[in-house]
Ligand binder design. Structure first.
Ligand code: GLY
Length: 398
């Protein structure tokens, strides 16, 4: 029997064509941001009582599940609050953002993960951008130095996870996202080692992670002595040779960001190659929200991943700003469809429900049966970012 939420998404996404499709985008964006503020204000109140913890998802009973700051998603809810402060200029939201951001500070010394870009740049990075808070500089620079310790010169990559059987030096496509912190640290400090590490990682990843059609493996593992590739596999995807949806979105976002930061044509070419692969993929559904894996078993009855859709939308909006007119329009058209879908009842929660998260229907790791068809902080973060980016690129705001 089909999972109930899959049936609901299918029915509601058809209904989008008769409601959200005709609504002006500025209205959809303003309503979505107002809803996001409502949800995140309530979530911030709940989190006040949970010292040192950060929101993560909900459990089967619908109750909020939290994490400590060491979990890779810790920076997203502070980051969402910063984006909502940017939009609303509401001092209460700013105070909540400051409070939640401070809970992530100790991760600046964490040399045991590659996720420091996610954790620190989404939280402190946005806080610095919006407030100029001087103390955030040291936190971000310390974090960038910690991340740099994971660079393996013989491999030419930052190591993602610890060694395990068959994987001496695993590097996952997601790691492209952490390079933004290093690019910031280079510009702030003038220390070219940050720049060299970021570019070497991005270049090695183009060579080793991508297939000729611009799809990406999830995990590439290297021999730590020779630097040779020892495995190309998956951890969160359907199969080693499949295209895990969020990984494709991370790649798209990562190379778009690297083009923004460096102006190097090869990163723009890579981003456009990935975008074109995803947009023309026969398994991208009509509402443009990917299944959790483009090769998931059981399509069209497979789970969607709203997080992959939100990350892709945000990346496509930025990429459209670098593209020639024809591609620009294509990228914006897909991103608009994704925003309309995510802002519809098929994916957007009812007020006060969904653990006060914004979006429903994301997938953390289906093979691990972990966080399947649930809200996730990063789906919300990149959805809010996409809303703000769309608003800006369309001139709805300066
Ligand atoms: N970086 C982990 C994930 O995308 O699930």
């Amino acid at each position: 029997m089909k999972n109930f939420s899959i049936i609901v998404i299918t029915v509601l996404s058809v209904a989008i064509s008769s409601c959200n499709k005709e609504k002006p985008m500025d209205k959809i964006i303003d309503e979505s941001l107002a809803f996001a503020i409502h949800q995140y204000t309530m979530m911030a109140d709940v989190m006040n009582e949970k010292t040192d913890l950060l929101p993560r998802t909900i459990d089967e009973s619908g109750s909020l599940v939290t994490s400590n700051s060491g979990w890779w998603t810790s920076g997203f809810s502070p980051g969402s609050l910063w984006y909502l402060y940017e939009y609303s200029k509401d001092e209460n939201i700013r105070e909540a953002a400051v409070r939640m951001t401070s809970r992530v500070e100790k991760e600046k010394n964490n040399k045991g993960t590659h996720d420091l870009g996610f954790m620190l740049y989404c939280s402190f990075g946005n806080g610095l951008r919006l407030t100029g808070e001087e103390s955030y500089n040291e936190i971000l620079l310390t974090g960038a130095s910690s991340l740099s310790t994971r660079f393996r010169p013989v491999v030419g990559c930052i190591q993602s996870w610890g060694s395990r059987s068959g994987w001496q030096c695993p590097v996952i496509i997601d790691n492209m996202m952490n390079l933004e912190l290093l690019m910031w640290a280079f510009k702030k400090s003038g220390d070219s080692s940050f720049y060299k590490i970021a570019l070497t990682h991005a270049d090695t990843t183009i060579i080793n992670h991508f297939r000729p059609d611009y799809s990406t493996w999830h995990v590439v593992s290297y021999d730590t002595l020779s630097g040779d590739i020892e495995a190309k596999q998956t951890a969160q995807g359907a199969a080693d040779e499949s295209s895990w949806a969020r990984g494709q979105s991370w790649g798209l976002y990562g190379y778009t960001m690297m083009y923004r930061e460096t102006g190097l044509q090869r990163y723009l070419d890579q981003a456009q190659g990935i975008a074109d692969f995803l947009i023309s993929h026969p398994n991208l559904p009509d509402d443009k929200i990917p299944y959790w894996d483009y090769d998931a078993p059981g399509i069209p009855d497979a789970h969607r991943d709203a997080s992959a859709g939100a990350i892709m939308a945000s990346a496509l909006i930025e990429l459209s700003g670098f593209a020639e007119p024809e591609k620009r329009n294509k990228y914006l058209d897909i991103a608009e469809k994704q925003i309309r879908s995510l802002a519809s009842p098929a994916y957007m929660a009812e007020p006060g429900e969904n653990g006060n998260f914004i979006l429903m229907h994301s997938v953390g790791s289906l093979p691990a049966k972990s966080e399947v068809d649930v809200p996730l902080t990063y789906a919300d973060y990149y959805f809010i970012e996409a809303l703000l980016r769309f608003r800006k690129i369309k001139g709805i705001v300066d």
